[in-house]
Design a protein around this ligand. Structure first.
Ligand code: F6R
Length: 606
């Protein structure tokens, strides 16, 4: 979603701001803008469309060594130039960029209008610019504190003032904000991706925290103006990891990265001596692990489906009741929080507002939450009481692939650790460890069958609508397959339990509605094949994702074979072909694969 950048130093700000914004493009946006403090006053350039449109619109000479920038994902008001950020006070001397949503913006707009202020956009952010400009406080810092005391909602903001040309004041509440520390220069970003080309020293702001940023450094403080000492952290991400490295799409690059990223993730975490997983970050000793009576997984979208896959793994290996729930629904049903339940928040970005709020709701009621999170230092990672970092590396494509595989593996490790303090035998623990060690090569094997998967995908791309079906452990695979397909092909793709087909959806089967069926080599094989015949008997085109060596008899279907692993781990591998199916179908349809319409990489609003 929206992105923030800022710069203060000796270089020309405009170029650095635009470059930072382009690093944030993956988050999703529909307009962009910058404000630079030039010697002749504040200069603002905003455009609807891409960052490259903004770059093209910049005047030849836009001098100024302090500036802020923004990519906006429309919430209050459509994507238009007046609604793009920065938003300004009436005299233009205060410029604000903002991520998040101000809940009471409508009421504040009304009182500003009554007070004679003419608002020139539909945004909630503009309200903030006027409130800061009209604040009776003396310093810019106090004006920002005072203005924010009138608003409710979530925000990360950066404020530029023509009257205080040496500084940018920033604040955070519910939306991430990071400061990057350079040599006599400072950077501001809503995401470390915006800073990583310039520095590896960062400071994450906490909720309720403010900072004054100058070219020489920063000072953080609370709303009561009490200083909060912060120690800079070293980030591991490198600028190279954010490049396409010769690939045409990030999604494709990220699919191909999986064999090596998975190997890296597992390294050091498999304990063959005790046939368990080494998960120090969980901060749970064996006695605490043993005391867990139930596991509840919370995530959104694909992370939720991966949570369903993970809950099944936990039940199988640890025999602890486990289920997954959409984090976006959780806190609105006044959930019962149990002391001996382990809550697991799963998220690639670590910034998904729905998941973050679910974590806070659990903690508010005294529950313990651990995170399965990819982005180090993200809000969810920091909020949780412990966790397992996914170490998938940066994921830029909006459609998540490698991070989901890493989530599933994170659940496998957690299930192993929970199982080994219960009844999972040493032999079975070792069987799972050996299965996990085979996964990188088996993913490579699936990727090697890409030419065949491409042909199948092209066949599916023409359908307006399609089903993805699976049973029990194959159902989360089908859900994720349908999700990925619809996200980037814009085709209607719906997931069903194979067993439910005859209870309704079978009525839709015809030669124009293909089905992708997940049919693993397991105890339901013959039943799954039977259901598949019911589809082909009604002339439904069929693609079967199955295990090499499975005899499908005379079933009239295209098949995609996946190597067999241990039954508990098979769903992880069965998901991989669905990534390539979605990718190649979208490619065939000529869609913007890395930036699907209407979607954002990091959904930081509810
Ligand atoms: C699917 C997808 C979304 C995310 C969801 C959660 O490809 O990208 O459904 O999985 O928005 O995002 P994170 O994992 O960042 O919490």
């Amino acid at each position: 979603m929206c992105g923030i950048v800022g710069y203060l130093g000796d270089q020309q700000a405009a170029g650095i701001l635009v470059e930072g914004l382009s690093q944030l493009e993956y988050r999703g946006y529909d307009s962009a803008g910058i404000a630079v403090l030039s010697p002749s006053g504040v200069k603002v350039v905003r455009t609807v469309g891409r960052v490259r449109d903004l770059q093209a619109a910049l005047p030849k000479r836009l001098g100024g060594k302090v500036g802020i920038g923004h990519t906006r994902w429309a919430t209050h008001g459509p994507a238009t130039e007046p609604n793009a950020h920065p938003q300004a006070s009436q005299d233009g001397r205060i410029q604000v960029v903002h991520n998040g949503i101000l809940d009471n913006a409508a009421a504040l707009r009304e009182s500003l209008t009554t007070a004679g202020v003419t608002l020139s956009s539909d945004t909630d952010t503009e309200v903030l610019a006027h409130l800061i400009a009209r604040s009776p406080a003396k310093t810019l810092e106090d004006k920002v504190i005072e203005a924010l005391s009138h608003v409710t909602g979530t925000y990360a903001i950066a404020v530029l003032s023509a009257d205080h040309p040496d500084r940018v004041v920033v604040a955070r509440n519910g939306s991430p904000l990071v400061l990057g520390i350079g040599e006599r220069e400072m950077f501001i970003g809503s995401d470390v991706a915006a800073l990583v080309r310039h520095t590896s020293q960062v400071v994450h702001l906490d909720d309720g925290e403010f900072a004054t940023v100058t070219r020489d450094g920063f000072k953080t403080f609370t709303a009561d103006s009490i200083e909060t000492g912060k120690t800079p952290e070293q980030i591991e991400m490198t600028a190279e990891e954010l490049q396409l490295a010769g690939h045409s799409h990030y999604m494709y690059k990220e699919i191909l990265e999986q064999p090596s990223s998975v190997e890296r993730m597992l390294r050091g975490r498999l304990d063959e001596r005790f046939a368990t997983a080494r998960l120090d970050g969980l901060q749970l000793d064996p006695r605490e692990l043993r005391g867990i009576r139930r596991v509840k997984v919370l995530g959104c979208g694909s992370a939720f489906y991966s949570g369903q896959l993970g809950a099944a793994l936990i039940e199988q290996l640890a025999r602890v009741p486990a289920d997954a729930e959409a984090a976006s629904e959780f806190r609105y049903r006044n959930p019962i929080i149990e002391p001996d339940t382990l809550y697991v928040a799963v998220s690639q970005s670590g910034e998904t507002a729905d998941t973050l709020f679910a974590v806070r709701e659990i903690q508010r009621k005294g529950g313990r939450v651990v995170g399965l999170v990819n982005v180090v230092g993200s809000s969810i990672a920091r909020q949780c009481d412990g966790g397992i970092y996914l170490h998938a590396g940066p994921e830029i494509s909006v459609a998540s692939t490698k991070a989901l595989t890493h989530m599933s593996l994170g659940f496998a490790l957690l299930a192993l650790a929970l199982g080994r303090v219960r009844d999972l035998s040493f032999t079975d623990g070792l069987r799972i460890i050996n299965g996990l060690k085979r996964i990188p090569d088996q993913i490579s094997e699936i990727i090697d069958s890409e030419p065949h998967i491409t042909t199948v995908a092209k066949g599916l791309a023409g359908a307006e609508s399609l089903f993805f079906v699976g049973r029990v452990h194959g159902f989360p695979v089908a859900r994720e397959g349908a999700q990925k397909f619809k996200e980037i092909s814009y085709r209607h793709a719906e997931a069903y339990q194979t067993s439910e087909l005859k209870h309704g959806p079978l009525a839709l089967i015809s030669e124009t509605l293909p089905t992708v069926a997940v049919i693993p080599d397991d105890e339901l094989l013959q039943r799954n094949i039977g259901a598949a015949h019911e589809i082909t008997a009604r002339r439904g085109p069929l693609v079967v994702i199955t295990h090499a060596g499975v005899d499908l008899g005379n079933l009239d279907a295209e098949r995609i074979d996946v190597p067999k692993n241990e039954p508990e781990l098979d769903p992880i591998l069965l998901t991989i072909p669905t990534q390539l199916l979605a990718y190649h179908a979208a490619l065939e349809l000529g869609h913007d694969i890395d930036r699907p319409r209407n979607l954002a990489k990091s959904v930081t609003v509810e």
